[in-house]
Design a protein around this ligand. Sequence first.
Ligand SMILES: Cc1cc2nc3c(=O)[nH]c(=O)nc-3n(C[C@H](O)[C@H](O)[C@H](O)COP(=O)(O)OP(=O)(O)OC[C@H]3O[C@@H](n4cnc5c(N)ncnc54)[C@H](O)[C@@H]3O)c2cc1C
Length: 311
Amino acid sequence: MWRLKIKIWGDIMTADITALPQVRGTYKLKEPLSRHTWLNVGGPADVMFMPADEADLQEFIRQKNPQTDVFVIGGGSNLLVRDSGIAGVVIKLSDKNFAQCQIDGSRLYCGAGCSNFALKNIVSANGLGGLEFLCSIPGTLGGAMRSNAGCFGSDMSKVLVSARVIDGNGRVFEVANEDFHFAYRYSDFPADWIVLEVCLSFEKRDVDVVRAQIAQNEEYRRAHQPQGIKTAGSTFKNPEGTAAWKLIKEAGGDTFVFGKAKMSAVHCNFLHNEGTSASDVENLCRAVQQAVKQKSGIDLETEVKIVGREQ
Ligand SMILES: Cc1cc2nc3c(=O)[nH]c(=O)nc-3n(C[C@H](O)[C@H](O)[C@H](O)COP(=O)(O)OP(=O)(O)OC[C@H]3O[C@@H](n4cnc5c(N)ncnc54)[C@H](O)[C@@H]3O)c2cc1C
């Protein structure tokens, strides 16, 4: 254990969090999470920890005070972090050691910190058929596994063979696909586990065919989804048998504005933050849910994960 000294805004400050394990990675004190989320909102993490590698992360987990809360963030593309931030330690697997990828036969092993956009280069260069859908989803493979991310008729449950995870006691082990009990945008994943690496299956295909499929997917997004805005993708899950955007439109939720948060005019299940607070964004979500409930009797469930201290 050591007394943490951290440089912020040019001053050396000694954190009052004195019981953090000594690590080789980086601690950042009061790191604004708005810098790490696609919605561009969110107060600070008490501490952000970027481990140097797996052994460093394992040592941190084993040595940390069991009372210290831990939350792992990926690319922040599916997160609404509240203005009061996140208590405890937010772990980000941003070191290149967590982004290594390796092909072995018909399997692709990818570090959880690898971004899906980086994956695109590997998938297209090697003709890894079946993984094209992943290449257009923002975020990391860890986040995609956790949320069973999907699009264009596929999702992680269809390509994941197994994942290597670390639990809250620092134990590293392999978990098979079926043990995650995947469902639509859902995995049965204990809160204190962290994905370290995923093993994906693919079908070797002609490189041009794979490239064409990726390009077609990207074209579809350009034509049907808002581009270049601060958003977290689909705000609400599609209820059984219908589409969230339809319900939102029928309930008039597409016209709601909270501060500078509104639903996108291009696709009204995409929230558009034009420069406002997390509380405006959350209030917009709640108002849309209420309107849909009133109009159709359906409870819209957020696909975006709302996290952080409640004020
Ligand atoms: C423009 C846009 C389009 C999108 N389109 C789609 C789409 O087509 N389909 C789709 O499914 N989603 C889509 N999304 C949502 C989002 O990109 C996915 O859910 C993505 O998989 C989230 O990954 P992330 O790394 O950003 O996770 P984050 O948003 O950082 O975190 C999401 C969850 O995963 C957990 N998590 C992250 N990393 C790990 C890890 N290593 N171990 C354990 N848990 C972890 C976090 O704790 C959190 O609970 C879109 C988002 C945007 C902004």
